[in-house]
Design a protein around this ligand. Structure first.
Ligand SMILES: Nc1ncnc2c1ncn2[C@@H]1O[C@H](COP(=O)(O)OP(=O)(O)O)[C@@H](O)[C@H]1O
Ligand SMILES: [Mg+2]
Length: 477
């Protein structure tokens, strides 16, 4: 449930429920009470009480006030008697403490009680006479001869009045008790649905802040709190992932150090050997010296390339390589690339050919230098891992509705299925390539970083022993 909805509902419940419960309880109470005490608390009896009151007020007319002497008149007395008989009421007329007319035998003490009660309010104006309960109304009158008097009106209330009082007491107590109970229940529900889940979340926050991520945030409570739980869980998962990636990074870094030291050590040892050879006079002819120097040169070129790769790779890792996108005609671009490498490849007896199958679009947004690096790297791999007498590299340009797909296909050694998923990882080199050719294992890792920087995708298909296809997909401009 919504917190707002819950607030509205519980606020309403706190008021409405006790009232409803009290109404129902009062109803049942009246019913049972009437059964047990055999009193009729029907509408009629309540109505009768009102009627007595009404007759009282009628009798309290101006006639009585202005000429109380009529009360001495037998005829008027009879009229009053019949009037009050209808509602079973009685009258006592007192003139200077002397009773001059009464329809009910009443003692002096009781009369005093009546005079006292009659001046009270509605609820205290009941008096008990001969074990019967009466409602009293006293009207003060002044006789013509200057004497003062009182007209006391008495109406029997039976048990009804007492019942009403009990009912009132019962209803009030019931309302207070049910109000307290509903309040307690609301607080319990509130605590269960809002306070407890919040307390749990607080624990979660403390755990996370202490770096303890090994738990699950259980969704609990009202809608907004569940949302909050979900966000916390997402955050926890993100943090777990971040920690995992960090660990992976640390591992990679360690591997990077050992790989670099190993891969650089080999050519440096070779260079050192050749330099010593020259210094010690082992290379004693100009031809030998030239040969040594050439080897030293190629080794240093190789190291230079490796260090370049490393620098570029770590720059990509830190997100510090700005890409300079230009709208480029992909066909001319590849023709240029091919022109650049063709002569080098001819030396290794490798043919290279472009197959343009594009019909609609030939424009792609790319960083020319970086993509050239990718293409040269892939072609260089095809050259390095070529095991056929006559090498062949085919470049296909195709398209889907949104992308241009470039396939660089060779007829080299191919890559075994076991190595295929890892060739884009840094420093990964298939066992067969290790030691044999020069390489850092960074070429395809960098290619992947560059292509992904373009919002594209790169993957490889291999026909083991028959060749490899590296596929690149770039978004059309
Ligand atoms: N055209 C290819 N033919 C056969 N194997 C390849 C080819 N391209 C890549 N590989 C394999 O993938 C590995 C990773 O390539 P790369 O990242 O360029 O590293 P490197 O060329 O420095 O070894 C290579 O060591 C090689 O085993
Ligand atoms: Mg390579």
């Amino acid at each position: 449930m919504d917190i707002k909805k819950r607030l509205i509902l519980s606020n309403a419940a706190i008021i409405v429920l006790p009232i409803l419960a009290t109404l129902v309880a009062s109803f049942i109470f009246t019913f049972i009470f009437a059964r047990i005490h055999d009193v009729d608390i029907s509408y009629n009896t309540v109505n009768k009480l009102t009627q007595v009151q009404y007759e009282f007020f009628k009798a309290d007319g101006s006639v009585l006030r202005n000429t109380p002497e009529v009360l001495l008149d037998k005829e008027f007395q009879q009229y009053i008697v019949t009037r009050l008989e209808n509602v079973e009421a009685d009258i006592v007329v007192v003139k200077e403490h002397e009773r001059i007319f009464e329809t009910i035998p009443i003692g002096t003490i009781e009369l005093e009680k009546c005079l006292k009660a009659g001046s009270g309010n509605l609820f205290s104006n009941t008096v008990e006479i001969n074990n019967d309960k009466y409602m009293v109304k006293v009207i003060n009158v002044n006789f013509k001869d200057g004497e003062k008097g009182n007209v006391v009106l008495l109406a029997p209330t039976g048990n009804e009045w007492a019942t009403t009082e009990t009912l009132l007491l019962f209803s009030t107590s019931f309302f207070i008790v049910s109000f307290i109970i509903v309040n307690i229940i609301t607080i319990v529900i509130f605590s269960k649905k809002i306070i407890k889940p919040l307390a749990n979340l607080q624990k979660v926050a403390v755990n996370i802040s202490e770096g303890n991520l090994d738990f699950e945030v259980v969704e609990d409570g009202d809608a907004q709190i569940r949302d909050l739980c979900r966000s916390f869980e997402k955050m926890r998962l993100k943090l777990v992932e971040a920690v995992y990636i960090q660990q992976k990074y640390d591992e990679n870094r360690k591997m990077l150090f050992s790989s670099i030291s190993h891969d650089l050590k080999t050519p440096i040892t070779a260079v050192k050997g050749y330099v010593e050879g020259i210094l010690d006079g082992v290379a004693n002819t100009p031809q030998k010296i030239e040969k040594y120097l050439n080897t030293i040169y190629s080794k240093t070129v190789h190291m230079d390339r490796m260090i370049d790769d490393l620098l570029l790779h770590s720059k990509f890792d830190m997100g510090k390589v700005p890409l300079n996108f230009e709208k480029t005609d992909i066909v001319t671009y590849f023709e240029d690339c091919i022109n650049e490498v063709e002569t080098e490849l001819e030396k290794d007896n490798i043919d290279i050919e472009l197959h343009n199958e594009l019909t609609e679009c030939r424009y792609v947004l790319l960083d020319r230098d970086k993509i050239r690096r990718v293409v040269i790297n892939i072609i260089d791999n095809s050259r390095k891992y070529m095991d056929k007498e006559q090498g062949k590299i085919d470049i296909f340009l195709r398209e889907t509705s949104a992308n241009v797909i470039i396939e660089l296909k060779d007829n080299g050694s191919g890559i075994s299925q076991k190595d295929l998923p890892y060739i884009f990882d840094r420093f990964y080199r298939a066992d067969s390539s290790r030691g044999t050719s020069k390489g850092s294992g960074l070429g395809l890792a960098i290619a992947k970083q560059i292509i992904e920087g373009h919002g594209g995708r790169i993957w490889a298909i291999s026909r083991d022993g028959k060749g490899t296809s590296v596929m690149i997909s770039l978004v059309k401009a």
